[in-house]
Ligand binder design. Sequence first.
Ligand code: NDP
Ligand code: MG
Ligand code: MG
Length: 335
Amino acid sequence: MTKVYYDNTVTEDALQGKKIAVIGYGSQGHAHSQNLKDNGYDVVIGIRPGKSFDQAKEDGFEVYPVAEAVKQSDVVMILLPDEIQGQVYKEEIEPNLEEGNALVFAHGFNIHFKVIQPPENVDVFLVAPKGPGHLVRRTFAEGSAVPALYAVYQDATGKAIQLALSYAKGIGATRAGVIGTSFEEETETDLFGEQAVLCGGVTKLIQSGFETLVEAGYQPEIAYFEVLHEMKLIVDLMYEGGMENMRYSISNTAEFGDYVSGERVITPDVKDNMKAVLKDIQTGAFSDRFIKDNENGFEEFLKMRKTQQGHQIESVGRELRDMMPFVKAKSIQSK
Ligand code: NDP
Ligand code: MG
Ligand code: MG
């Protein structure tokens, strides 16, 4: 079994006395910096002028342009969108790094795909919470945490592992558990998980089920309940006790149907398709497409987003959620 680090197994406070620059104050940035600060660490924020800049100031941080924050600090955590990191690194971070500094990430993308090639005299590691930033902050404030992964890419000081674990403890992750990985494994499995299962797989599965029912003449509202709303209830049961717990809780009819129809829907060729998706991740074909589209003003990205937002399941869902106060309905508007 892999080793899991908890609060009491990380005893060396390697981060103590270091100045930490958190670059970016979005989903992950606000959570890391606030948790570190609450744990007594010296944190400054590096960010461009704008919404996040104002928010970080309002939250009581010292806020600087990225270059200035890097210059002052020993540990630099890069929490910018992945597609922005390469350029900001070249222009504002790299020229201000000093020997013995640490360069830290929450996702291995830019190091693994060699968009960022750091100098040999700095530590490079990642601490990747396995959950959205807002949950990282909320669970910390409640006294618990989101678990995290850590990996060391480059150990220039001989202290990179201790620093990584200390950082993971600083953001609270050792309360829940921290597991070691590599940049390659973190990057490729993270991308695969979100593409094939969590985001891409699940949304297409739900949409296909919704369309099948609506095209067969059933009410869209009923279809929404059966294939989207109930998804959370089922996922919660799996989260708590695996598929066997979910199957224990559902009716025998549902469990029987699960066995006879699951494999008719997810046929063996779906796994072949997943293997092809994984190959594109491993060869860099996916990252190239993402990076190139970003250079092209995200033309493809924004078009796909618009198409998806126009799907009938979204308008039906919006109306239904408004009628269910317990759902705490959220409305998302984006470009
Ligand atoms: P967000 O998009 O939420 O936040 C990005 C931040 O970067 C914002 O504060 C934004 O400020 C700032 N920013 C954008 N462009 C620039 C620029 N050119 N110069 C300076 N600041 C800029 O990012 P996330 O927190 O989602 O992602 C950060 C990292 O964490 C990524 O590597 C991601 O893969 C990783 N990660 C994310 C998870 C998540 O759930 N979100 C989970 C685990 C890892 P402004 O307001 O000015 O735009
Ligand atoms: Mg991801
Ligand atoms: Mg049912």
